[in-house]
Write a protein that binds this ligand. Structure first.
Ligand SMILES: C[S@@+](CC[C@H](N)C(=O)[O-])C[C@H]1O[C@@H](n2cnc3c(N)ncnc32)[C@H](O)[C@@H]1O
Ligand SMILES: *[C@@H]1O[C@H](CO)[C@@H](O)[C@H](O)[C@H]1NC(C)=O
Ligand SMILES: *[C@@H]1O[C@H](CO)[C@@H](O)[C@H](O)[C@H]1NC(C)=O
Ligand SMILES: *[C@@H]1O[C@H](CO)[C@@H](O)[C@H](O)[C@H]1NC(C)=O
Length: 433
């Protein structure tokens, strides 16, 4: 398959270059040809160096945009440059070994000799901790691979990362291992069989809405419908609806996504994402669960990931989307009004905003609206709420077509705690001017 693609592109490039040579006055490659030529370079890189994701032309364009941004300092309004944020994420992945599990192992040394003897006799606790080393090493390998793929993707060399890490360590700035841990758990939510129930709580309702409204959705490649999923996480929802655009801000999540793009074949990656969850365990085995990924073949060209803050990266975009789907997203806003305005700006007249998720505002949100207030503000902005199906849950507020349904978010890690959100599902249509 790859060699066929390669051959096709080599032919395309030979043709492209001869077109250029025949027009001696124009040495510049035409944009499409340029993209095609870059594509061949990528393919060559892939043949020489497997596990670098295959890039389609629109992915190449996005990567070029990103690489330009990676050369710049901080974007207006943000404190850190994209490059800095990518390096910080890679610092976290690269030092996974010293994360939460290592900390727990170390804390145990504070238990007295006498007490440890009891623990060893009764449950072999020291052996349990020793046994973790092997599993931790498996996760560490995955993290190193995430770093390797990301360095190649962002065109950052190893030396720069090493120097960055030294500099951070010298300044005693700790890596963000919590975000690493969350990124690994997102693999379970989106790309493991174990995440099926979590996904199933919200996906069918969203998908049925899209299918009812847009005929071509779900048809591989043939879709002319433009849909955007901002705050897409590891993008499973976007992949379920072919031809989608995903957007994600977190460099941790984006690095994990590029790793997924490089590992598309089912059950080829395994890891122990619950290794750092030591609470609520019925038995030790729960923590030691091995997860294999991905549960289905990942078609990387189906989804275009646009990296960056949703409210900034599309700042200059016209109203070009038929639908915007927000899943467990809107409550991440610092300023919810910016999210609402961006959604409105990007939707075509008559376009649909489909939402599913809780209202768990962060600790530094500027405005925190109740569900009822959101409805009123969104209506004020020119949206009309549409009827929703009873499959999507029960009506939350009398008189409004908003439905709530219990949905988990990365909480299927243990059996002694059950904490679910009541995800609110709604569909609102932008005023068809
Ligand atoms: C709760 S997670 C949900 C992820 C995914 N939709 C899912 O359901 O698994 C929210 C995501 O939004 C991302 N996010 C937060 N603020 C963002 C912004 N301004 N622009 C784009 N993504 C953002 C976060 O990094 C995070 O991955
Ligand atoms: C572990 O024990 C040492 C020495 O008794 C003490 O200094 C340290 O604070 C303890 N660590 C924690 C996290 O309790
Ligand atoms: C949690 O995961 C297990 C498999 O590890 C699965 O059998 C179970 O149904 C899941 N529970 C929920 C509530 O998703
Ligand atoms: C992958 O997706 C692209 C774009 O949607 C489509 O053209 C292609 O046929 C898909 N490949 C496979 C193997 O399904």
């Amino acid at each position: 398959m790859r060699s066929f693609l390669l051959l096709r592109h080599v032919v395309a490039v030979v043709v492209a270059f001869s077109v250029c040579l025949s027009r001696a006055e124009n040495y510049r490659l035409q944009p499409e040809i340029e993209v095609e030529a870059k594509h061949v370079t990528t393919l060559l890189v892939q043949v020489l160096q497997p596990n670098v994701p295959l890039l389609s032309p629109r992915h190449e364009i996005e990567l070029s945009r990103l690489r330009v941004q990676l050369k710049h300092g901080a974007i207006k309004g943000e404190s850190k440059s994209i490059r800095h944020r990518v390096l910080e994420a890679l610092y976290g992945f690269e030092t996974y070994k010293h994360g939460k599990v290592a900390r727990y192992q170390k804390l145990y040394q504070n238990v007295s000799q006498r007490q440890r003897k009891i623990l060893d006799r009764a449950v072999g606790y020291s052996d349990t901790l020793l046994g973790l080393e092997k599993l931790k090493a498996v996760n560490e390998d995955v993290c190193h691979e995430i770093v390797r793929v990301a360095l190649a993707y962002y065109s950052i060399n190893r030396q720069e990362l090493d120097e960055f890490i030294q500099q951070e360590q010298a300044a005693n700035r700790q890596p963000d291992h919590e975000s690493v841990s969350q990124a690994l758990k997102l693999f379970v939510r989106d790309w493991a069989i174990e995440g099926h129930n979590e996904r199933h709580a919200t996906f069918p309702c969203i998908e049925s809405y899209l299918k009812d409204n847009f005929e071509s959705v779900g048809v591989n490649g043939g879709s002319s419908v433009e849909i955007l999923v901002p705050g897409a996480g590891l993008g499973r929802l976007a992949h379920e609806i072919a031809g989608l655009n995903a957007n994600e801000w977190s460099s941790f999540v984006n690095a994990a996504y590029h790793f997924l793009e490089a590992n598309t074949i089912p059950d080829t990656v395994s890891m122990y994402p619950f290794l750092d969850i030591w609470s609520h365990l019925k038995s030790r085995d729960e923590m030691l669960r091995r997860i294999s990924l991905p549960d289905v073949t990942v078609n990387t060209s189906q989804v275009l990931l646009v990296e960056g803050d949703f409210t900034r990266v599309f700042k200059k975009s016209p109203a070009k989307f038929d639908a915007i789907v927000t899943l467990f997203f809107i409550d991440t806003a610092r300023n919810l009004m910016n999210y609402l305005e961006t959604i409105k700006q990007l939707l075509k007249p008559g376009g649909l905003w489909i939402n599913s998720g809780p209202l768990l505002y962060g600790t530094s949100a500027w405005v925190q609206l109740s569900l009822e207030e959101i409805i009123q503000v969104v209506e004020e902005m020119g949206f009309k709420f549409l009827n929703t199906d009873s499959d999507c849950g029960d009506i939350t507020l009398e008189g409004y077509p908003i439905r709530g349904k219990e949905a988990l978010y990365n909480f299927n890690s243990s059996s002694l705690s059950k904490y679910a959100y009541v995800a609110q599902h709604w569909v609102a249509r932008k005023h068809p001017k």
